[in-house]
Design a binder for this molecule. Structure first.
Ligand code: HEC
Length: 257
């Protein structure tokens, strides 16, 4: 047998032929951009990102975003409106070429083209120049997009009567109530009703129990037999406890007046 004869060498792409020492690349061939991506550039990016994130978090804590008034299922005239940054898409759907039979055009195709074009940005005008006039196609498309978004947003906003809208959406002021936790009926309320009607009878899964137009008998009946979407048998104590529970609810209602 001839040693070494007929032996095959197999290449493994995971092992590089030449061992490179672990020193940063020489960036002098890229004038003006002589910074290593890792870790110098990335660290700076992360730092800037962290500063913005903390800034935004502080801002949301200091100025929580305002909510509109409670949703009113009986108000059929209410027109839901997207937030301002989506108004342009909303406005687009009002045009004939983007609604009705062509709704897919307005919902998917046009916005899809617009956002899809963002993916093309790196491939348009990819010459070395970075000044706007050296990248006419990319800059032109960007300007066109920007102008359409601003114009659509402006047109949409000008159709809305903001004043009456703000008036209709004012949060309903919460009634000041006194909760007497020493009241003999409080324990029953806490055990059987609080989960749905709230700590201060302000409502939650069920409606508020302050400002109702119900008699003591009606409240007692609802507590036992339920009403509408409120299941029956929420209250299962003695008659005396039921009386105390109703008395508690009425006492809270009286404290609100
Ligand atoms: C599982 C959640 C739930 C629990 C627990 C519950 N409720 Fe309700 N309650 C509701 C819902 C939902 C409604 C609205 C029913 C409707 O109008 O369809 C309601 C309505 C009411 C109403 C009528 C309010 C109005 O303005 O007409 C009263 C009174 C009431 N509940 C009392 C009670 C009492 C007292 C208890 C405790 C014994 C209780 N509820 C426990 C869900 C609950």
């Amino acid at each position: 047998m001839h040693k070494g004869k007929g032996m095959k060498f197999v290449g493994d792409s995971r092992i590089s032929a030449e061992r490179k020492p672990n020193i940063p690349k020489d960036y002098s061939e890229y004038p003006g951009r002589t910074e290593a991506f890792w870790p110098n550039f990335l660290l700076k990016e992360w730092l800037a990102g962290a500063v913005f994130l903390v800034g935004f978090l502080s801002l949301t804590l200091a100025h929580p975003s305002p909510l509109e008034g409670m949703a009113d299922p009986t108000d059929a005239a209410y027109i839901p409106l997207p937030d301002w940054y989506f108004l342009f898409l909303y406005e687009l759907l009002k045009y004939e070429f983007a609604s009705g039979d062509f709704i897919l055009l307005g919902m998917l195709v046009l916005p899809g083209l617009g956002f899809g074009a963002l993916l093309l940005a790196p491939f348009l005008d990819n010459g070395p120049g970075r000044r706007p006039h050296q990248r006419p196609v990319a800059v032109g498309m960007m300007l066109l997009g920007l102008v359409s978004v601003i114009w659509l947003t402006y047109t949409s906003a000008s159709h809305v009567d903001w004043e009456s809208r703000a008036e209709a959406n004012k949060p309903i002021p919460q009634a000041e109530v006194t909760i007497d936790t020493e009241h003999p009926g409080f324990a029953s309320y806490e055990n059987s009703c609080l989960a749905c009607h709230g700590n201060e009878l302000e409502g939650g899964a069920g409606p508020a129990l302050v400002g109702m137009d119900l008699s003591a008998e009606e409240i007692a009946d609802i507590a036992v037999n339920g009403i509408g979407s409120m299941p029956a048998d929420q209250f299962t104590g003695t008659d005396e406890e039921l009386e105390q529970l109703v008395d508690f609810i009425i006492a809270v209602n009286e404290s609100a007046e």
